[in-house]
Design a protein around this ligand. Structure first.
Ligand SMILES: Nc1ncnc2c1ncn2[C@@H]1O[C@H](COP(=O)(O)OP(=O)(O)OP(=O)(O)O)[C@@H](O)[C@H]1O
Ligand SMILES: O=C(O)C1=C[C@@H](O)[C@@H](O)[C@H](O)C1
Ligand SMILES: [Mg+2]
Length: 162
């Protein structure tokens, strides 16, 4: 069964997924391939609502496969995605305090994350989403102050012992 990584922007979903296994899909990358443009451009041209529809379609496709899935930070915005995540039994929530995530986000290329253009708005989103991430998670991993190797080991340890 696939392992699905969820969590806010900057939590390390893409980074950790790549280290967890060979068959990895990064939902944001797959979406960009399908829409033929950067996600930020799609937001500007078509709206967030249209993005959420595409994200849901592609997520439903990949959840059927036995892959490691790095989701986008907003996967829990869509109720259908929340239902699918709740029904799945290997969902890992990478969690952290907001300031650590914000520091990582601003160290990256800011133009890649349309919903991280303003710190106050991003913090509001972060707070609104906590309950959704927590509700669907089978494993919660605190990621601040940990190396990717430590996080990967924690996840592998959990599924190995079951
Ligand atoms: N454990 C970690 N310690 C330090 N830096 C990290 C760690 N994990 C990821 N990073 C760095 O934080 C940044 C964000 O990581 P990443 O892109 O993997 O996050 P994400 O959860 O996939 O974000 P998004 O939801 O926007 O796709 C990257 O620059 C990455 O190198
Ligand atoms: O947190 C979000 O809503 C998003 C996070 C990114 O991974 C992308 O999926 C997109 O920029 C939206
Ligand atoms: Mg990512």
């Amino acid at each position: 069964m696939s392992i699905i990584l969820i969590g806010f922007m900057g939590a390390g979903k893409s980074t950790i997924a790549k280290r967890l296994g060979k068959e990895v899909v990064d939902l944001d990358q797959l979406i960009e391939l399908r829409i033929g443009m950067p996600i930020a451009d799609f937001f500007a041209e078509f709206s967030e609502l249209e993005f959420r529809k595409v994200e849901n379609e592609i997520f439903q496709e990949v959840i059927e496969k036995d892959w490691i899935i790095a989701t986008g930070g907003g996967i829990v915005e869509n109720e259908k995605n929340r239902t699918a995540l709740a029904a799945h039994s290997q969902v890992v929530y990478l969690t952290s305090d907001f300031d650590t995530l914000w520091q990582r986000i601003i160290n990256d290329d800011l133009t890649n994350r349309p919903l991280a253009q303003d710190k106050t708005k991003a913090k509001d989103l972060f707070e609104q989403r906590q309950k959704y991430y927590e509700a669907v998670a089978d494993l919660v991993v605190e990621v601040a102050q940990k190396s990717p190797e430590e996080i990967v080991a924690e996840i592998q340890n959990k599924w190995r012992n079951e």
